[in-house]
Design a protein around this ligand. Structure first.
Ligand code: MFK
Length: 568
């Protein structure tokens, strides 16, 4: 009897196959520019489904190694990475993953660049991480850097030449805190007309980078300042930096993440003394949007694999693609992906406008809010989507050499680094308390819901009702008790993300129907804006009031009498 072998899932050109990306670009990038940039997107779409897949697997298998001593006992602290990882650097430079945003050849350079990143990331073994920090550093130096830094360093960060392109790190985390950096212990001392840093950095990604931005407290100062560090000296030796060890992580295994000891590392003060957190926030906001873009890249990759597999796998006498429940599962994934995609690419659009000075004050405020929302929402969506995708492939999804488990492992970092979901939810609260943010946001969303065709009337009505409700709850919450406000922050951020994405999805569906005659975005929009957009009326607030009464008892001290008291 002939033995059965299952055909594995295959990927086509990741640009050509992506209806959602292509439709978004058609709407937002004018025809002649799109025609000019499409060959590059298509080339990367082919690389991402071709040579990069093998390179990513190889980079993951041959994870980086730390060599601390040479044969004669001298301390060298070298991180050895695989040729596959180095190839990711070359491809990133050649395809202009960072450069495109800074060349600003057309009005939607950031959108163009995010499209490239979105195609590159799922096949990059997380080389997207050093690129995120490189981009963030370039932007900080554009804004805060003195002329010599802008002249001598920025061109390396945004180069298209693999041999001259540098990457940058972002060192914020110390043993005392990853979320709360106020306990930073690294000290900057003035020695011989320069600053030298003394301290330990506990979680430094991409330690093979040429430079890093980091925080330190200038001696006798209470505030943190921002510094630029060159990792190696003229001879290529570590610049008074010891690499203590590499982290053994759940995922991102090709990415060298190290613990560092700064032993008098020469450093350049950026943007004057103090307000270091505020200055590095420019970098954080860019890496957070990278995070969100990479999350939707992963979601799209998972869907591409699961959908292809559904047309190759038989069960119970039918293809998976003919099974109603499997179809529903994939459809839900697709709808979740589309909403997330629009949230991220809208933020990219606003970021681009902000960078070239064409954003209105309102748009800048909305971008500040949208950045943590897009990051926190898409990261959670990506983890649950990756888990579902593995399940769509059954046992094969759980087996290492299918290349599927890495999707889940690597997605799991997205809600953690660059600010956890809770820290970002609190950041959202902070932004919402700022001047006029809510009015700006609701005015923007309302304007986008005008001229929606009848076929989307119900979805629009649901959204408007959700918007009214969230606005009411927000005004009550923001006027209320701080503890309750914080306890609600995550639910609030999730609901806000869903309604903002809903508006964008409806708006795009209306355009796509009118301009492309495509009903598919309409169907997705109807589903996104169906039930469950937000909790039933007032539930967010009333739930949290009762929760607060007993949640400490069930979560922390397990105290029965306190629960009884609260019910008495
Ligand atoms: C695949 C994608 C690749 C992603 C790359 C990954 C690379 C991995 C490297 C890392 O993981 S680096 C570590 C990332 N760490 C974080 O994201 C830290 C998370 N914690 C926070 O975000 C905290 O909220 C924060 C550190 C900002 C709190 O610090 P503080 O010292 O309590 O600051 P504070 O007082 O909250 O804010 C100081 C100022 O900064 C305020 O301005 P004002 O003084 O004018 O009022 C804030 O408004 C401002 N600020 C804070 N966050 C901001 C911001 N401004 C703009 N944007 C923000 N996001």
């Amino acid at each position: 009897m002939k033995k059965f072998f299952q055909a594995p899932p295959r990927l086509g050109n990741q640009y050509d196959d992506d209806r959602v990306l292509r439709s978004f670009l058609r709407r937002n990038i004018v025809g002649p520019v799109l025609a000019e940039i499409e060959p590059g997107l298509r080339r990367l779409g082919a690389r991402a489904a071709g040579e990069m897949i093998g390179l990513a697997l190889e980079a993951e298998r041959a994870s980086p190694a730390l060599v601390q001593f040479d044969a004669w006992g001298r301390r060298i602290d070298e991180i050895r990475v695989s040729p596959a990882w180095q190839a990711m650097h070359r491809i990133a430079a050649e395809e202009g993953i960072v450069a495109t945003a800074y060349e600003r050849r057309h009005a939607e350079a950031r959108v163009h660049q995010f499209a490239l990143l979105y195609l590159y990331h799922p096949s990059s073994a997380i080389y997207s991480c050093p690129l995120a920090m490189t981009d963030g550093a370039a932007r900080v130096l554009e804004i805060e850097g003195e002329q010599d830094l802008r002249r001598e360093i920025v061109p390396h960060l945004i180069s298209r030449d693999p041999d001259t392109m540098w990457t940058a790190g972002q060192w914020m985390t110390e043993r005392s805190g990853g979320s709360d950096v106020s306990g930073t212990e690294t000290v900057a001392r003035r020695e011989g007309g320069m600053f030298r840093l003394y301290g330990e950095k506990w979680f430094t990604s991409a330690t093979t980078s040429e430079l890093a931005l980091t925080l330190a407290r200038i001696e006798d100062s209470r505030d943190l300042s921002l510094f630029l560090v060159r990792l190696r000296d003229e001879q290529g030796r570590m610049n008074s930096i010891r690499i203590e060890r590499l982290k053994d992580k759940l995922g991102t295994r090709a990415l060298p993440t190290a613990e560092l000891l700064l032993e008098g590392t020469p450093a350049r003060l950026i943007g004057g003394e103090g307000r270091g957190v505020k200055k590095i926030a420019t970098m954080l906001n860019i890496t957070r949007l990278y995070n969100a873009c990479c999350a939707v890249g992963f979601m799209r990759r998972g869907l591409a694999l699961a959908r292809d597999y559904a047309s190759r796998r038989h069960a119970f006498g039918k293809l998976l693609s003919e099974q109603p429940l499997h179809i529903e599962t994939l459809a839900s994934l697709q709808v979740g992906f589309e909403g997330s995609f629009h949230l991220v690419f809208f933020a990219a659009q606003l970021l681009g406008r902000d960078e070239v000075g064409t954003a209105t004050v309102q748009e800048r405020r909305i971008l500040r809010l949208l950045t943590p929302l897009a990051k926190l929402f898409t990261a959670k969506m990506a983890v649950s989507a990756a888990s579902e995708v593995l399940e769509c492939l059954g046992g094969a999804g759980y087996v290492e050499d299918t290349g599927l488990p890495v999707l889940l492992r690597d997605s799991q970092v997205l809600p953690i680094w660059e600010g956890t979901t809770n820290v970002l939810s609190l950041d959202v609260l902070r932004v919402l308390q700022g001047e006029k943010v809510l009015e700006d946001l609701f005015a923007e969303l309302g304007a986008r819901l005008e001229n929606i065709p009848a076929i989307l009337a119900k979805a629009r009505q649901n959204l408007l009702a959700a918007l009214d409700q969230i606005r009411l709850q927000l005004s009550q919450l923001l006027a209320g008790d701080r503890a309750q406000m914080e306890a609600c922050a995550r639910d609030l951020a999730m609901e806000l993300s869903r309604v903002v994405a809903g508006v964008l999805v409806i708006e795009h569906a209306a355009w796509s129907l009118a301009s492309e005659g495509d009903m598919r975005p309409v169907v997705s929009a109807q589903r996104w804006c169906g039930t469950g957009l937000i909790a039933p009326s007032g539930a967010l607030i009333s739930r949290s009031k009762s929760w607060l009464r007993y949640s400490h008892s069930i979560a922390i001290d397990d105290n029965l009498s306190r629960v009884q008291e609260s019910f008495a």
